[in-house]
Design a protein around this ligand. Sequence first.
Ligand code: BES
Ligand code: MN
Ligand code: ZN
Length: 522
Amino acid sequence: MSLAATRLVGVGGLAYFPSFVSPTALLLLAIMLTLSVRRVDLAALDTPLLVLGLAQGATIAAPLAPVDAALGGALSRTLERRDFRGARDEVLHLAGGTKGPVRVLLVGLGKGGDRGAALRRAASLAARRAHGMGVGTMTWYAGPATPSELEHVAIGLGLGPWEYTDLKTPPPAEERRAPLTAATIHVDDMAGAEQALASAAAIGAGYDVARRLAMMPGNVCTPDHMADVARDIARRHGLEVTVMGRRELESLRMGSFLSVAQGTPQDPRMIVLEYKGAPPAVKPIALVGKGLCFDSGGISIKPAAGMEFMKFDMCGGAGVLGAMEAIARLKLPINVVGVVGATTNMPSGNALKPGDVVQAASGKYIEIINTDAEGRLVLADLLDYVKRYQPSAIVDAATLTGACVVALGHIATGVFGNDQALVAEVLAAGERAAERGWQMPVWDDYRDSIKSDVADIKNTGGRSAGAITAAKFLQDFVDTTPWVHLDIAGTAYSESDLVAIPKGPTGVPVGMFVEFARGRVR
Ligand code: BES
Ligand code: MN
Ligand code: ZN
């Protein structure tokens, strides 16, 4: 039975020429991973690679008997000998027999815990291996799966082989390996399977938008480029888009955002995308993202070591654009406004200096202590701006503080908020998306450390509780709208290969945003 082949953006990418950006280069014409789903039939399977996801201590289930037979019993012997035990991230490669699959890859799902998250992680690992092997196509089977678990598998298969190759000269033909272009998922029950695959493709496309923008160097992913991608999303899905520059920000009196942008020759961009899936009377949710295409620290300049990673300082903004792409593809019956503040933080003769006082759009005066605490300055004006949409909830995402990385590492996003029900809603959305968050307090006692001698507030509160005082700063510009702040400094990208998190951009918080939006539908 052949079934819906759904396209999931994942592998490779369109050739991109940084100095001659043609509008068509903005399209998501990456080499696509075609995903399909079919009722399990592993007999006489001729696939170059069969991947079996096995939980810890699992035995050979009935549908696997023909595979075991084709391998002359190698599968059951391997498990009996305990050469493969199904631990999380465990991988074992077996050569196939004279018939049946050419190769078999066993991938461990671990024991207990969230099966959806385990499946996503294992599928991602397997697809990454398959892409590296150059097998071109693969088949996946991991036993019975609910539609939600199937969605996790499909998203994982798309995330795993992702890479950004636009700026690499391809190797000579004889050294090239075939990219992974197709994967077939075998399931025991087809009910809801096609729908799950379609949703996975939509979410996968959202992750792809975010990771691609994130991985682009700062001289390619400029504020203008982010605006172009937003326009492209708007055009393809019929969203409303507004892009504002220095002049418009001046008329909006966004002295806080503009103070960050005053040291850079590039025009800052405030990008507003409006998705209207519900009647106009329905209050929208607002997604707000920090889009620092590069953060040098400005006059409070950062040390040279690792400064290149500050091209990732736009991951909050990329997450908003990725979420808008996914939400539009999912055609969710809700209203969403996505706002991105894109600029770069640079030192120059015109740059903002420590000691300066600037006035935010809300009217509040801000004393600048450290020009490297720039993300909160951009967000202050965006958070004030979205009030005009009277949103039912505001969720912002920002690679805001190194302190958050110290507190939670690369495993959990810092979650802060002024409304416990909304915090719980966002944390639950993260669980469903296999993007973990952990709540941090925003008690008013922390507000004291950002009191200024000369202005209403100062932009840093010293070393202690740096992630929290940053959130307290933002809270001053939100007022009473239910609001959650996501500090994704540790989770949006990885500086090294961390088994399940390959080096580079993760796509966080696209999943959390999308699940939050989906949760508002039900
Ligand atoms: N973009 C950085 C935060 C960051 C640090 C993100 C490391 C990812 C990894 C932010 O703009 C920043 O520089 N924050 C300062 C704030 C400080 C000056 C109060 C920081 O965290 O050091
Ligand atoms: Mn900074
Ligand atoms: Zn920054």
